[in-house]
Design a protein around this ligand. Structure first.
Ligand SMILES: Cc1cc2nc3c(=O)[nH]c(=O)nc-3n(C[C@H](O)[C@H](O)[C@H](O)COP(=O)(O)OP(=O)(O)OC[C@H]3O[C@@H](n4cnc5c(N)ncnc54)[C@H](O)[C@@H]3O)c2cc1C
Ligand SMILES: NC(=O)c1ccc[n+]([C@@H]2O[C@H](COP(=O)([O-])OP(=O)(O)OC[C@H]3O[C@@H](n4cnc5c(N)ncnc54)[C@H](OP(=O)(O)O)[C@@H]3O)[C@@H](O)[C@H]2O)c1
Length: 386
C-alpha cells in the first residue's frame, strides 16, 4: 500500500517506474507533471518522487534529490495492491465472464454466468453490468479524470440481453433457455459529453474474469403488443440488434405467422457480429429476412466507386420505399409493429422524449404509425442507448 512519504524511482526514457512502485489504482492523471498511464508513472529521466498519500490513496508527489539508499520494503508492492483489488472484486462481483467473441477490436459478444440463478425475463429486456472504478481500462480511449472520492465505486450501465440464436447442435433456442446471459457491446472510445467509463473496462476483461450483474432484468421493450399475425420489423444501429436477436428467437420458436425482418445499420460490414447466424435463420425460416446496410464502406463514401450508393441510413430507406422492397413487408400501420433500437439519431427521439425531424419516428408517423406512450401502446417501440 502507498504510505505518506513513500519514495519511488522513475526510470529513464518512458519506461514505467520500477515494478515495486506501480501506482495501480486509483491514481491521478499526473504526478509532478509526469503522466500516469496504465497504472504507471512515465518519466524520461531518472526522477525520485515522494508521494503524497491520503487514506491509502496516491494523490500527488514532489520531486526529490536522488537518495543514496532506498529500502525496497517501503515501496508499494504489486502483491499488496492486488490483494486490495481482489477483496473489492470479491465484495462487489457476482458473475463470471465465460466467453468473449471478439468481432473486432471495438466490438465483442460476451457471455456471462451469474453465481445465482438469474430470474426469468422477457426477450428484449436489459440488465445493468458493472465493474469497479479500480479496474484497468484499454488503451486508445478518452482519458478519465480520476476522482479520489469515487475510487471504490462500481460503474454500472444498461445492456440489452442478446441471444446466441443457435445452440451447439444448431437448433434455434429461446434466449432464456441458454445457460448464460449474452451481451453485444461496442467499445466507446470517444464521447462528446464525458469520457466513457464502463466499456474501456469491459474490453479489458478476459474469460474467467469476474464482474457485477444486476439482480434482475428490466425494461418494456418487449414483444408484449405483438399479435401472431402481425408483421414485425426490427430496425437497429450496430449493437442495437442485441434485444432484437432475443425477440426474433422467441417469435420464430413460437412459430409466429406474420413476416419478420431485421435490418441493421453499421458503419462497416465487419460491424455485423451476428450476420452468419441470421443468414442461417433466414435460410431455415421462410418468413424471416435479415439485411445489413453500411454507411462508411467505399461504396457509401466514394462517388467514383462502381457501386456507389451513398450512406444508407435506415430512415432514408423507409422514405425511398427501398426497405419495403427488400423486406417484402408493406409499411401498413394496421398490420405492422416496428421496433427501433440503438443510436437516438436514427430513432429520432431526443433525451426527454421529444421527436426530432428526419429520424425514423418522424418518417413512420407520416405513414400513420404511432409511438408507444406511457399508458397507450402504439406500433412503434423504441429503446435508445443514449
Ligand atoms: C436500455 C439500454 C440498453 C443498452 N444496451 C446496450 C447494448 O446492448 N450494447 C451496447 O454496446 N450498449 C448498450 N447500451 C449503452 C450502454 O448502457 C453504455 O452507455 C455504453 O456501453 C457506453 O458506456 P460507457 O460507460 O463506456 O460510456 P457512457 O459514458 O455511458 O457513454 C458515453 C457516450 O457514448 C455513446 N454511446 C453509448 N452507447 C453507445 C453504443 N452502444 N454505441 C455507440 N455509442 C454509444 C454516447 O454518445 C454516450 O453519450 C444500452 C443503453 C441503454 C439505456
Ligand atoms: N464502427 C467502427 O468501426 C468504430 C471504429 C472505431 C470506434 N468506434 C466507436 O464505437 C462506438 C460506436 O460506434 P457504432 O458504429 O457502433 O455506432 P453508431 O455511431 O451509433 O453508428 C451505427 C450506425 O448508425 C448510423 N447513424 C449515425 N447517425 C445516424 C442518423 N442520424 N440516422 C441514421 N443512422 C445513423 C451510423 O452511420 P455513420 O456512418 O453516419 O456514423 C452507423 O452506420 C463509437 O463511440 C465509435 O466512436 C466504432
Amino acid at each position: 500500500m502507498f504510505h505518506e512519504g513513500m519514495q519511488v524511482q522513475c526510470r529513464r526514457v518512458a519506461t514505467p517506474i520500477n515494478p515495486y512502485a506501480v501506482c495501480s489504482f486509483p491514481f491521478p492523471r499526473k504526478v509532478c507533471g509526469l503522466p500516469v498511464r496504465r497504472g504507471r508513472l512515465w518519466s524520461k529521466t531518472h526522477t525520485w518522487l515522494t508521494l503524497s498519500v491520503h487514506q491509502n490513496r496516491l494523490i500527488a508527489g514532489t520531486v526529490n534529490a536522488l537518495p543514496s539508499f532506498v529500502n525496497r520494503s517501503e515501496l508499494h508492492s504489486e502483491r499488496s495492491d492486488a490483494g486490495e483489488v481482489q477483496s473489492l472484486r470479491t465484495a462487489h462481483y457476482n458473475a463470471t465472464l465465460t466467453m468473449v467473441k471478439e468481432v473486432h477490436d471495438d466490438l465483442r459478444i460476451m457471455r456471462v454466468v451469474t453465481d445465482r440463478r438469474f430470474p426469468p425475463f422477457q426477450p428484449g429486456q436489459y440488465v445493468a453490468l458493472g465493474l469497479g472504478d479500480w479496474e484497468p481500462r484499454v488503451a486508445g480511449v478518452d482519458e478519465e479524470r480520476r476522482d479520489p472520492q469515487k475510487q471504490a465505486r462500481l460503474i454500472k450501465r444498461a445492456y440489452s440481453i442478446s441471444c446466441s440464436l443457435f445452440n451447439p447442435s444448431g437448433n434455434l433456442v429461446r434466449v432464456a433457455d441458454f445457460p448464460y446471459l449474452e451481451f453485444y457491446v461496442s467499445l466507446v472510445r470517444h464521447s462528446e459529453r464525458r469520457p466513457p467509463a464502463l466499456t474501456p473496462r469491459l474490453f479489458a476483461l478476459r474469460e474467467r474474469d469476474r464482474l457485477f450483474v444486476e439482480s434482475h432484468a428490466a425494461g418494456s421493450y418487449t414483444l408484449e403488443s405483438v399479435q401472431d399475425n402481425d408483421n414485425v420489423l426490427f430496425l437497429a444501429t450496430r449493437t442495437g440488434e442485441a434485444p432484437h436477436n432475443a425477440m426474433i428467437a422467441e417469435l420464430l420458436a413460437r412459430s409466429h405467422r406474420g413476416q419478420i425482418a431485421s435490418a441493421v445499420s453499421v458503419r462497416y460490414q465487419k460491424d455485423a457480429g451476428y450476420h452468419i447466424a441470421h443468414l442461417a435463420l433466414a435460410r431455415r425460416y421462410p418468413n424471416y429476412k435479415y439485411l445489413i446496410f453500411t454507411t462508411r464502406e467505399p461504396e457509401n463514401l466514394d462517388p467514383s466507386h462502381p457501386r456507389f450508393c451513398g450512406k444508407r441510413f435506415l430512415q432514408d430507406l423507409v422514405a425511398s420505399g427501398e426497405l419495403e422492397q427488400h423486406t417484402s413487408i408493406p409499411l401498413d400501420p394496421t398490420r405492422t409493429q416496428v421496433f427501433l433500437c440503438g443510436n437516438p439519431a436514427m430513432i429520432g427521439i431526443e433525451m426527454g422524449g421529444s421527436i426530432v425531424p428526419a429520424g425514423m419516428v418522424d418518417e413512420l408517423s407520416l405513414r400513420g404509425f404511432r409511438l408507444d406512450e406511457p399508458h397507450l401502446r402504439g406500433n412503434i417501440h423504441t429503446e435508445h442507448y443514449w
